[in-house]
Ligand binder design. Structure first.
Ligand code: ATP
Length: 282
């Protein structure tokens, strides 16, 4: 059951594959150090961080940067989708969390990533017996890490910092709280170029025309998250694949092809905002 719910991975993304998020990566560099060499903190007269809380809007790269953190530290990552666990294993959830720690304890350095952390740690749920039992399993395990000399970091991610019980944010718990913001204009250019390079690597050829005007893309994609940008590039390439399947020679991708998808995606985002829906367009 745990294997179905909790994905263990040795990620292959590095900090350089995460666009923008300079401050986030700087802060996480300390966590890399804690995973690689926890003793250095003790020698420095302090404690390594044990819990990190990443907060920001959906799609800004919280999961991506947590995977890159693990990769930079040569560590495994356990991704716990707590919403799914709560939903399907209601009542057994704390055992799932305990067994993740048991497995992590048998391992070398690792990151335990808990998505939708607010579902677990909401102060509005204080009366909820299940969630408070899970939180206590989490905290008991985190408390013991230092004495056991374990280099395990728990990373919680949420879109709703306001919903997190402040008791969890005390020193020695999730004491490193990092905002993961929407990308700025130059950061969006950076994210576009990361996803274009990734596509070139997959295709093993240069798909995009020379002298691609990244700044035009960055300007037009105001308020887009990294996930929105990845989706725009994916849609541009899917359109190109369709042309190939119809026997046409699509040539290189032009900046105008991407702009077309940026505009389409913007309309979709606006419609979604108006309707309050979270659905996907087809
Ligand atoms: P959620 O809150 O919905 O779980 P999230 O913040 O964890 O979202 P991710 O799952 O990390 O977001 O992002 C989804 C995808 O969007 C990533 O796999 C990646 O392709 C792309 N992406 C997001 N942010 C970035 C970024 N800063 N640089 C490059 N790609 C990004």
């Amino acid at each position: 059951e745990v294997d179905k719910m909790v994905l263990k991975e040795r990620p292959n993304v590095r900090f350089e594959d995460v666009g923008g998020l300079t401050v986030v990566k700087e802060e996480l560099a300390t966590v890399v150090l804690a995973l690689k060499n926890p003793g250095i903190f003790t020698r420095g007269g302090t404690h390594p961080p044990r819990g990190v809380l990443l907060y920001g809007e959906p799609g800004v790269g919280k999961t991506l940067v947590a995977k890159a953190l693990a990769r930079e530290a040569d560590a495994d990552i356990y991704v716990v989708r707590i919403g799914d666990v709560l939903h399907s294993l209601y009542g057994k959830t704390e055992r799932v969390i305990q067994s993740v720690f048991d497995r992590a304890n048998e391992n070398g350095a690792c990151v335990i990533y808990i998505d939708e952390f607010d579902a677990l740690a909401s102060h509005r749920d204080k009366s909820n017996e299940v969630t408070s039992r899970i939180v206590s399993v989490l905290l008991t395990n985190m408390d013991g890490l230092e004495e056991r000399g374990k280099n395990i970091i728990v990373v919680g991610a949420t879109n709703r910092l306001d919903a997190i019980d402040t008791a969890l944010l005390r020193p020695g718990r999730f004491d490193l709280t990092i905002e993961v913001p929407l990308p700025t204009e130059p950061e969006r250019a950076d994210i576009f170029s990361i996803h274009m390079k990734k596509a070139n690597v997959i295709a093993d050829s240069q798909l995009f025309e020379d002298e691609f005007d990244m700044s035009a893309l960055a300007r037009r994609s105001n308020h887009f998250s990294g996930a929105d940008i990845a989706e725009v590039i994916r849609r541009t390439l899917v359109k190109r694949v369709r042309a190939i399947s119809e026997g046409k020679d699509p040539g290189h991708v032009k900046v105008q092809d991407v702009i077309e998808q940026v505009e389409r995606h913007r309309e979709f985002l606006e419609k979604r905002k108006q309707s309050g829906s979270t659905g996907q367009y087809i």
